[in-house]
Design a protein around this ligand. Structure first.
Ligand SMILES: Nc1nc2c(ncn2[C@@H]2O[C@H](COP(=O)(O)OP(=O)(O)O)[C@@H](O)[C@H]2O)c(=O)[nH]1
Ligand SMILES: [Mg+2]
Length: 196
């Protein structure tokens, strides 16, 4: 599969605003600043498709992009931003969980984790939810260009050990939006999960 077109469709702050057209979806999940917008832009071959995150404390939205006029990429609001008030954190959690729980057309989640760091508690909680709700996911280890090449095999092996015992974890892929490493592999796994 090649991504040849991508257009912003809508932002939703409540599950009742989500498209009801039954079009298949691939969603992107990760903490703020992990490189989610950069990854989406890289996959689509675009510089500024994914909208910058709304300011912390503001209403968070799920942003929908129509890809190849065939399926959606869903940019889920980033989590773990320290300055977000508790009330927003809990409404964020509710929104994400409602989405993950009830979205039949959700074919795959791309869970982003920084390649250089241990996953955060929230990262592991998200992965736990994905598994619990039987949603296939791949883990993208972002900013892989920041890791010395010599360290990559050990980091990758550790990440695989950590994630691949989850029943719904399909694979772990090092990714860099700067070098493009991992791009083709991520697109291939996405294409596999969109097949009828
Ligand atoms: N070195 C490097 N920096 C990255 C990469 N991806 C994102 N960044 C940087 O990390 C910061 C956050 O990226 P962004 O895509 O906005 O993260 P988001 O908040 O998860 O959407 C920005 O300064 C990006 O330039 C990457 O693959 N390599
Ligand atoms: Mg972003």
């Amino acid at each position: 599969m090649k991504i040849t077109s991508a257009e912003f469709i809508l932002g939703a702050s409540h599950v009742r605003q989500l498209p009801k057209d039954g079009v298949k979806e691939v969603a992107f999940l990760g903490r703020s600043n992990v490189g989610k917008s950069s990854l989406i832009n890289k996959l689509c071959g675009r510089k500024a498709l994914a909208r910058p995150s709304t300011e912390p404390g503001k209403t968070r939205e799920l942003n929908y992009y129509l890809i190849n006029k065939q399926f959606y990429f869903v940019d889920l609001p980033g989590y773990g931003y320290a300055k977000v008030p508790e009330q927003v954190k809990s409404s964020w959690g509710k929104l994400i969980e409602q989405y993950l729980k009830g979205r039949d057309q959700l074919s795959l989640v791309v869970q982003l984790v920084d390649a250089r760091h241990e996953p955060t508690e929230l990262d592991m909680m998200m992965v736990g939810w994905l598994d619990y709700y039987s949603i296939p996911f791949l883990v993208a280890l972002t900013k892989a260009d920041k890791l010395p090449t010599s360290k990559m095999p050990r980091y990758l092996e550790e990440a695989r050990r950590r994630f691949q015992h989850f029943e719904y974890c399909r694979t772990v892929i090092p990714f860099s939006s700067i070098t493009g490493v991992g791009k083709n592999e991520v697109i291939r796994v996405i294409a596999d999960h969109l097949e009828p």
